[in-house]
Design a binder for this molecule. Structure first.
Ligand SMILES: C[S@@+](CC[C@H](N)C(=O)[O-])C[C@H]1O[C@@H](n2cnc3c(N)ncnc32)[C@H](O)[C@@H]1O
Length: 419
């Protein structure tokens, strides 16, 4: 039994098991569970209360003990499960969608596939398999943007028979050749990936990026900060609490719009930067981006939360031991694209709509024909999990970016999954 990261309401899945197998990587982990709490507490003592963004950055990607840096958090024994980890059908549908749209654009070459935050590498692996099946992999390369050393190990083991670590002076920190013969490169940031025609996939990536949090008060908006909680004098380890900044902070002035009216506002400046980089890249070198995540269209409010062992937990308790996440604001992707110009944005549409229109029901039927008994039950549960309205079908949203130069083609043959 496990719970998925599906928002504040807990979702229990009892009828199916994840059947996919993975390598495991053992690495020296900092044993002190309270390292991050002490580190954050020291930082607050020196600098004053932290923004939620600074707190998230420390908790998730602190090089010594950050949540993403030293563990495999996926699957039943981990903290959450993602769609590509549930069934190969998910990656296959995304691959078929990309192939179809790329062919509509005249199959430009050389082709780069970029995945932001590839987790275990499962989605990229499934995409490469489909591209290879359709003989579309000649001269294609895979570029993975990943900060976690442990996850990059897992990705390398899954994708390539062998990889080499590169020296610190290079933007590429690891490289190898995939099982299908394609070059694979690892980077810490998207801006280091070469400018060429690119298919970009970001699945559950932007919800992991730090957000600033603002709260509407009688004096207008104020930033929510994180301070040390001294109320329990006997607590052996540092505790934290939310406080509201007395004065406007620099980020408040930049990130909250004058016409804002929500009680709580969350904005991720790191995400805004990457949306802009994606737009610039697509405009100048061509490409398509597909962003899939928990999210809203500018209406979401208080979505900052933590997940541990498939349960929602307090984000301020035992920092570093649970995943932190906040819903993606898809309206900001459109806003950035409009500012940049030359970009068509589609969506957000629901995962259910996208997968049904892309042909998931046909793929399911084909697989089901050759599957029996418990495996068939499991496959059916996986299908429902991806598409049911009370599971990932509705809460998960898809948004796509295309260059405006292909507007005429898209008018004739609309993008699949977004009608
Ligand atoms: C929630 S996991 C999603 C994994 C995968 N896309 C999936 O759906 O199974 C987030 C991924 O983003 C990576 N990540 C988090 N913050 C990052 C950052 N600032 N830059 C690059 N990768 C990051 C994590 O290490 C992890 O691989």
């Amino acid at each position: 039994m496990f719970l998925s990261r599906l928002g504040p309401t807990k979702l229990v899945v009892t009828n199916f098991k994840i059947l996919r197998n993975y390598y495991t990587v053992k690495r020296k982990v900092i044993k002190d569970e309270n390292y991050i709490a002490r580190h954050i507490s020291q930082k607050i003592k020196v600098k004053g209360p932290l923004t939620v963004a600074d707190y998230m950055k420390e908790v998730l990607t602190n090089p010594l003990a950050g949540y993403y840096m030293h563990r495999d958090m996926f699957g039943e024994s981990g903290d959450f499960v993602t769609s590509p980890e549930i069934t190969q059908m998910f990656g296959e549908m995304l691959a078929v969608w990309f192939l179809n749209e790329w062919q509509k654009m005249g199959s430009p070459k050389p082709l780069q596939i970029v995945e932001l935050g590839p987790g275990r590498g499962t989605l990229s692996n499934d995409i490469l398999k489909v591209f290879n099946h359709f003989n579309a992999l000649h001269s294609a390369s895979l570029h993975l943007v990943e900060v976690s050393p442990v996850l990059s190990d897992l990705q390398a083991k899954l994708l390539c028979p062998q990889t080499n670590l590169c020296d610190d002076t290079s933007a590429v920190y690891r490289k190898g050749i995939s099982r299908h013969g394609n070059p694979v490169y690892w980077y810490k940031q998207l801006s280091d990936v070469p400018y060429k025609f690119t298919l970009i996939i970001a699945h559950e990536f932007f919800d992991a990026l730090p957000i600033h949090k603002f709260h509407k008060t009688y004096n207008g908006y104020r930033e929510v900060l994180i301070d040390i909680d001294l109320s329990d004098k006997k607590a052996a380890e540092p505790r934290f609490r939310y406080v509201v900044a007395r004065q406007p902070t620099p980020m408040l002035k930049v990130l909250v719009k004058p016409n804002e009216s929500r009680d709580h506002v969350e904005v991720s400046p790191d995400s805004l930067l990457i949306y802009r980089q994606m737009c610039k890249r697509i405009k100048s070198s061509g490409g398509i981006a597909l962003i899939c995540d928990y999210g809203h269209d500018g209406t979401g409010t208080d979505t900052f939360r933590a997940f541990k062992k498939h349960n929602q937990v307090d984000p301020l308790l035992m920092p570093g031991s649970a995943d932190l996440t906040a819903d993606v604001d898809f309206s900001l992707i459109k806003e950035v694209a409009n500012e940049e110009g030359g970009i068509i944005t589609l969506g957000p549409t629901t995962q259910r709509n996208f997968l049904l229109k892309t042909g998931l029901p046909y793929r399911f039927k084909t697989l089901a024909k050759n599957t029996k008994d418990k495996h068939l039950e499991n496959l059916t549960e996986c299908y429902k999990f991806l598409t049911d309205e009370d599971k990932m079908g509705e809460r998960f949203k898809f948004c796509a970016l295309f260059p405006e130069t292909i507007k005429k083609i898209l008018n004739k043959c609309p993008v699949v999954g977004f009608t």
